[in-house]
Design a protein around this ligand. Structure first.
Ligand code: SF4
Length: 982
């Protein structure tokens, strides 16, 4: 069929949309996207030059896909590369991407600002003065690589592997760097997750063994969000468009948010509860379903581990009216217990805790009950990241799905891992043979991720030190709580030997680095990723678009530095080259994991790395590629994504393949263990078998009636209403879904204190990585304090007045924004703002969104004083002369002490604060902190833990079944004398 004769859009296969007379884009989007360039014309797409108007001047483009790196959603982007200049003209959405379906938020196209940012870091830099003195010299990549590789090699040879640490903010990929660390034999993966989403993850994992939900919003009848998925969060644009699809199909949207978020503005029911009380409302709704027999009885009977719960009662003093000691567990008895367990969660109790009218909660309960299995819900960050016991909120919200049987159903919630696809890589190094206590300390055996934000305290405690510390797309001084303690750590050479900041842009932590190494933005690097955007599976491919464009023209590009600006590199190549140099002769057994299979003795190239994966590990891709006359790598370079499954469905309910059922053993709860190996086929959706039995068999499924089903990746193989893990590891009182009064519950506040919500994000900014995007900065550049009209009147405050917000360890000064859009008595201040640069850095910083500050420091007392706000300046971009804003907000996180939840490890962000009018002499953006007080608060929270060396039921450091990004070898889960722990 000739493309000259036929319009590909008009001739596309049609579905319901087309049946309604609407055009749509043919391809993975299956959406109403008539405006997208059809893929057949991506080699030479013509548009009129808007700047030449009114002349009709044509410009010709190559359209090359990549994925956005500005949040974790990894939406598809299409780079428009001018065929004459070879430069990127703009980014739009990629209609071939199944997750984002051609749509982006403002931050996607703003990638253009980031790559043309006049202040970006273009060359490797080495510190020449003291850390933080702002003195830098340009150095060669060769010298950097040799120096760092030699340090790492020495640390490995001297068995100091625990002094090597990689600390990641935004991963943006699935497993590449974990494998690099595993190749080095280092348990050195540290992430930001405990300041982000560990609370939610803990609650979800306790139920289903997987730590994230994948809601099918588009097909739901009722959607409940305790999150801000119409504006931020994982995976916000792909989820937001499906929430709106659901609403367009008639779904009702319920939003719990103390603040009138963008998400709340679209709700049918918006309730603004007292922060931390959400669990009480959710359990009142659960109680309504239970007491009125409105739950899915058959689903609960088949899939909850109720028998295990009933059995556990035999070892306890019964508080039930019927004595379980005398009875064999029956489902009727369990139902009776369930009714008794939740009876006190009345609507009135929930109203008392939340301040929300009992009738409104009842109305919401009835609406949720009406949804049946078409109930989608999501708790992400929000309260679960705000308060102690926040993980219990995610556990409570998922209980509603578990009661309704709305799990892996159309319009329900899927376990995330079933809706993503992680291909097998070319090499899989073994698990590291060590355990790093500075990331996985014994006090937090059930934490969802590394206790990263406690690192300065651990090092100050003398628990270890770092010889080589990498941060990558991470800015702990700014992002983490207690930033001055991070500065104290980074400026102490006895604690940190060599600090390497891998970053595309200057940030507050990089000022204290020894090396600042320029890394590529989303259109300048390779990654693969797959996320749970809906009930499907897809794989996305981020790529350096200029490289792909040159290759399309038949040119050879060996290294991304050949096409990136300055000497900006990509991380894949950097890590492979560094690994090669750590073990040039292969004697350490490390080099083999970055060695070419095609040309042994030479380093693996990025092209070979991805070629192998796409040829061997992605089901259906070779066939799809062959149908278009492309190689699998060529297909991914051309389209940027591949859809693997349009629908996944209820994996837990699938029968186990007979070939996996040889030599099985069945226990008293119907768990089936086998000695057969795990299936190696990438076509099999993974249901991880978390633990085995004593004979070394792995859990392969559970008996349900006469069948053996795959089940869930929990220790019981079922949904764990009762968590034996919590009970066994010292937290029996929280083994069932429950409501926990948080650290900011009214009973825990002192007179005059109120709650500060500090975690909400703005739709157009990205943590700390978007200060270099001028379009975004112009839209949002400051963070006033949200304060309710009545509250403001009591203080005699009007919008724009200065306020002091006092925390446990210091204070900050901020302008007021008086609004009705927040619960009276609660205040809120957004994330992203208050960016700063040291005066000593001069032009080496982001000048569009950073204030120039002076750091005052005496003993443990630190002050940050603004010397100058943002201002116009001359640069290669004339727009920097048009900067009209000066106020860039306040860096509030510095004034927050660490609040690690004793179970999930999540930093509990909500603060009990005092808000008052500022003192004379206070200026906007002022910050003061005493880090001695930070230490006190750290110790208070540490004392709340139940450490594994006292509470572990089996002498291990952590339940083996629980997720860890990089798991050590199993024997290193066992406790050893502390002096043997590396
Ligand atoms: S939601 Fe926005 S920032 Fe996030 S990946 Fe998509 S386009 Fe980029």
């Amino acid at each position: 069929m000739s493309s000259q004769k036929t319009d590909p859009i008009a001739s596309a296969t049609r579905d319901d949309t087309a049946a309604r007379g609407e055009t749509f884009y043919p391809g993975a989007s299956r959406g109403r996207l008539a405006a997208f360039p059809p893929k057949e014309r991506w080699d030479n797409w013509t548009e009129l030059d808007s700047q030449a108007w009114p002349k009709r001047k044509e410009r010709h483009y190559s359209l090359v896909p990549t994925t956005c790196f500005n949040c974790e959603s990894a939406c598809g982007l299409l780079a428009y590369i001018d065929k004459v200049t070879g430069e990127i003209q703009k980014f739009e959405g990629n209609p071939e991407h199944p997750g984002s379906r051609g749509r982006n938020c403002a931050k996607g196209p703003a990638t253009l600002n980031q790559i043309h940012d006049p202040d970006r870091i273009l060359y490797p830099l080495k510190r020449t003065g003291k850390r933080g003195e702002g003195k830098w010299e340009q150095v060669s990549w060769e010298g950097v690589l040799d120096d760092i590789a030699a340090r790492i090699r020495k640390a490995i040879l001297e068995d100091r592997r625990n002094e090597i640490m990689y600390h990641v903010g935004r991963p943006g990929e699935d497993g590449f760097t974990e494998r690099i660390l595993a190749a080095w034999g280092v348990d050195g993966h540290n992430s930001h997750t405990n300041i982000c989403s560990s609370g939610s993850r803990e609650g979800y994992q306790l139920w289903m063994g997987l730590d994230r939900p994948s809601p099918d919003h588009a097909n739901a009848k009722v959607i409940l969000l305790i999150s801000a998925h119409l504006e931020s969060g994982h995976y916000f644009n792909p989820h937001a468009q499906r929430v709106i699809d659901g609403k367009a199909n008639g779904a009702k949207l319920i939003v719990f948010d103390t603040r009138l978020s963008h998400t709340a503005t679209h709700a049918d029911y918006w309730v603004a509860p007292y922060p931390g009380s959400e669990g009480a409302m959710l359990l009142a709704i659960a109680n309504y379903l239970i007491q009125n027999n409105l739950y899915n009885r058959e689903f609960v009977r088949r899939w909850w581990n109720w028998e295990e719960y009933e059995e556990s009662l035999k070892s306890q003093v019964s508080s039930f009216k019927s004595d379980p000691l005398k009875n064999e567990p029956t489902f009727d008895q369990f139902e009776d217990h369930l009714k008794q367990l939740y009876a006190h969660y009345t609507f009135e109790f929930a109203a008392q805790e939340s301040g929300v009218d009992a009738k409104v909660i009842e109305e919401i309960a009835k609406l949720i009950a009406s949804a049946g299995t078409r109930f989608s819900s999501h708790n992400w960050r929000s309260v679960s990241s705000g308060v102690s016991g926040g993980w219990a909120v995610a556990r409570a919200v998922f209980m509603l799905n578990a009661l309704l049987g709305a799990i892996a159903t159309e319009g329900g919630v899927f376990p995330n891992a079933w809706n993503k696809f992680v291909p097998k890589p070319i090499y899989t190094p073994p698990h590291p043979k060590m355990w790093n206590e500075t990331q996985w300390p014994r006090e937090y055996p059930l934490s969802m991720h590394e206790m990263s934000f406690l690192l300065p305290h651990f090092l100050k405690d003398g628990r270890g030190k770092l010889d080589v510390y990498f941060t990558r797309v991470y800015n702990p001084v700014w992002t983490n709580p207690d930033g001055f303690s991070w500065i104290e750590m980074l400026t102490d050479p006895d604690l940190v030997g060599c600090y390497v900041a891998l970053t595309p842009t200057w940030n507050e932590t990089s000022y204290f680095a020894d090396y600042v190494l320029p890394m590529g933005h989303g259109s300048e690097r390779h990654d693969i990723h797959s996320y749970e955007t809906h009930d499907a599976q897809w794989l996305g491919f981020r790529q350096p678009v200029k490289k792909a464009d040159r290759q399309r023209e038949g040119k050879k590009v060996d290294d991304t530095r050949e096409v990136n600006p300055g000497e900006v590199w990509e991380e894949n190549e950097f890590w492979m080259e560094l690994t090669w140099r750590i073990d040039r002769d292969g004697s350490l057994g490390i080099r083999q994991f970055v060695e070419s299979k095609k040309n042994p003795g030479t380093r693996l190239s990025v092209d070979e790395y991805y070629e192998w994966i796409f040829d061997n590990s992605v089901p259906g891709l070779p066939e799809k590629a062959a149908a278009e006359g492309l190689t699998p790598l060529g297909f991914m370079r051309r389209y940027g994504a591949v859809e693997i499954k349009q629908r996944v469905g209820a994996i837990y309910d699938e029968p186990v393949n007979p070939e996996e059922l040889e030599d099985i053993r069945e226990d008293e709860y119907g768990r089936i263990f086998t000695r057969t190996a795990k299936p190696g086929s990438p076509n099999v959706v993974p249901v991880p078998s978390p633990d085995g039995d004593e004979d070394g068999r792995r859990l392969v499924g559970v008996r349900v009636g006469d069948e053996i089903k795959r089940g869930f990746p929990t220790p019981s193989g079922r949904l764990e209403f009762y968590s034996p893990t919590m009970a066994d590891w010292g937290w029996r009182e929280f083994a069932l879904p429950t409501y926990i009064k948080s650290h900011v519950h009214p009973e825990n506040l002192e007179a005059g204190q109120t709650i500060l919500i500090s975690t909400f994000r703005l739709p157009v900014q990205i943590h700390t990585r978007s200060a270099n995007a001028k379009w975004l900065d112009e839209i949002a550049h400051t963070n006033p304090l949200w304060i309710h009209t009545n509250h403001a009147a009591n203080l005699g405050v009007r919008t724009g007045d200065l306020l002091r917000v006092e925390t446990e360890i210091g204070y900050y000064v901020v302008r007021a924004w008086v609004t009705e859009g927040i619960r009276p008595g609660i205040v809120a201040c957004s994330h992203h703002m208050g960016r700063w640069k040291l005066a000593e850095q001069g032009e080496k910083a982001q000048r569009q969104m950073m204030a120039t500050v002076k750091l005052d420091h005496e003993g443990t007392e630190w002050g940050l004083k603004r010397e100058k706000g943002a201002a116009p300046y001359e640069s290669s971009d004339p727009d920097t002369l048009r900067i009209w804003w000066g106020d860039v907000g306040v860096h509030q996180n510095m004034t927050f002490p660490v609040h690690p939840d004793p179970i999930s490890g999540m930093h509990c962000w909500h603060q009990a604060v005092r808000v008052r009018r500022a003192d004379p002499g206070d200026n906007p953006g002022d910050v003061f902190v005493d880090t001695a007080k930070s230490r006190e608060v750290y110790r208070e929270w540490l004392a709340m833990t139940r450490p594994a060396d006292k509470f572990s039921p089996d002498g291990t450091r952590r339940p083996y079944w629980m997720l860890r990004p990089l798991k050590p070898a199993r024997e290193f889960y066992n406790f050893q004398p502390i002096d043997k722990v590396t």
